[in-house]
Unconditional design. Structure first.
Lengths: 242, 104
């Protein structure tokens, strides 16, 4: 029980810190009787250390979260910012996110795709996150790069989930426009999210709410690939230097 | 018996660790026990190791090679310098403060 508790407490610390000091802290905790005050001290310092050293996933995730959040807020708060030219392409650039689709999956559940800056750029960011994580955390778990990219994707998706929630409870309305529309949006009501769909398909609030969660496994794969590239490069470098 | 400091510079974990390592290199458990003895302050294991990691990042202390799971830590030259400066500053402030507190 004590060992399980100590292991759980250590997981509150960032992986890089755990790798450096985890064994020593674990050893020290085993040598002394574990009291409530001691448990609280270890837990509190773990959380503080995580905030102090958030890792690539959280750092990049917070940046993209701010980008997506501001973009969505601009879309909702200023729907008529460019009257006459607010066609689908502009809307996409304006929001800086691509809520693509809805596409119909094998289970016929319409969903939307979240990819800030475009799918290629977003994939590159996820892979870079895995790459940096592997370089920073030598000898860590092989799943860490994937987990870091998943953290990034979860943070990036938070504003989209909030939008889905606001649409679901009816605080924000949804308007769908097609690239061919090209009509002015002047006079549009406030608190309206403008969604671009060539086929005029309107995603449900629920699908926007759950879309970021459905994309997490793919984010894990991209991060894992990025981590794999970093490991391969390190292996090649080590082989070259003997 | 001297009153145990709970707050203030005399209870700062980083300063206490530097002071503990001034005599000789020690591992975490020994640092904890030493601080309890000379300062009357019980540092939690989490507080101790996060302070140690900050001091290592600042290059004021450095881990030494060890066959065991617990690595001993030693003051670096910069750590000695920083500790001496901090203690002299504290002594100056303490001397003046205590002198002013004395009834005329």
């Amino acid at each position: 029980m004590t060992d399980a508790l100590i292991a759980a407490l250590l997981y509150l610390y960032p992986p890089r810190w755990r790798q450096e000091y985890g064994e020593e802290l674990q050893d020290l905790l085993r040598q002394r009787p574990l009291r409530i005050g001691g448990v609280a001290d270890v837990a509190w310092n773990g959380i503080r250390q995580r905030l102090h050293d958030p890792g690539a996933g959280v750092q990049l995730g917070l940046l993209l979260m701010a980008w997506v959040g501001i973009s969505l807020a601009m879309n909702v708060m200023t729907p008529a910012a460019m009257p006459g030219t607010y066609c689908a392409d502009n809307a996409l650039r304006d929001t800086a996110i691509r809520l693509e689709g809805p596409f119909v999956s094998v289970t016929h559940v319409p969903s939307v795709m979240l990819a800030p800056g475009g799918p290629e750029f977003y994939a590159l960011v996820l892979m870079a996150c895995g790459f940096c994580t592997r370089l920073r955390e030598t000898g860590g778990s092989p799943w860490r790069p994937g987990a870091a990219a998943t953290q990034l994707a979860a943070l990036t998706g938070l504003p989209v989930m909030l939008l889905g929630l606001l649409l679901f409870v009816g605080i924000v309305d949804l308007r769908v426009i097609a690239p061919s529309d090209g009509h002015a949006l002047a006079g549009a009501a406030r608190w309206t999210f403008t969604y671009c769909s060539p086929q005029h398909h309107a995603p449900s609030a629920l699908s926007i709410l759950t879309a970021p969660l459905l994309r997490l496994p793919l984010a894990f794969v991209y991060g894992f690939v990025g981590g794999g590239i970093a490991s391969w490069l390190r292996f090649r470098r080590q082989a070259r230097h003997g | 018996m001297a009153r145990k400091p709970r707050t203030g510079p005399a209870a700062d974990p980083e300063l206490l660790i530097l002071a503990s390592l001034a005599a000789e290199p020690k591992h975490g458990y020994a640092i904890m026990g030493d601080i309890e003895t000379f300062a009357g302050v019980s540092l939690g294991a989490g507080t101790l190791y996060t302070a140690i990691s900050r001091l290592v990042d600042k290059r004021l202390i450095a881990p030494q090679a060890s066959p065991g799971r617990q690595r001993p830590y030693a003051l670096t030259a910069r750590g000695e310098e920083v500790l001496a400066t901090q203690l002299q500053d504290m002594r100056r402030v303490a001397t003046i403060g205590l002198r002013r507190l004395k009834p005329a």
